[in-house]
Write a protein that binds this ligand. Sequence first.
Ligand code: ADE
Length: 225
Amino acid sequence: MVRIDIISVLPQLIESPFNASIIKRAIEKKIVEIHFHDLKDYSTSKRKQIDDYQFGGGSGMVIMIEPIKKCIDSLKKKRDYKEVIYMTPDAEILNQKTANKLSIEGNLIILCGHYKGVDQRVRDKLITMEISIGDYVLSGGELPAAVLCDSIIRLIPGVLGDETSALTDSFQDGILAPPVYTRPAKFENTNVPKILLSGNKKKIEEWREDKAIERTKKIRPNFFN
Ligand code: ADE
């Protein structure tokens, strides 16, 4: 079983996506185990302080290294972890290749940033990998951590009912997914493409490939560079 430990100053912000749908099923099937840790519980000060002003001045608080180190150390003492990941906008952007890699690697620790972020020494000493979910800034790393977990967990063998389903997602083979249709075959004045109703598997496969390429060229031409 894969274990993911998520460290945050606001664990309530992240718990709900894990209580529904595919992730919930993966947890119930005991394929993955998720644990949340409130950084305040690892504070080394009497006042339960976990952040402080920046040295050198400037707005915004910075999360201190001590509670983070204490939390990570206590986890590492109990089991091995493949990566200690820090969610932050100033990092490489998550893509399907990274999700694939992390889905087969083993236990993970994910640290969520907040305020102005964490003391640089956390990143230098304790973190093995940094991930952004896109070039925009969110209020904290909790939603990005949920996004990362979802992208990883659905790829773990046994999580998706139909094993081929993840393989036909957009990005898995470097192109976007083709359009899909369901009933009714005719809706107002639009019809489902005839080929999909033909029963000709080979022709349908060719059509899907053509449409996937056409869509990728239009929306994400850089994929072909
Ligand atoms: N924290 C705030 N914004 C973020 C982003 N875009 N990706 C990852 N972590 C973040």
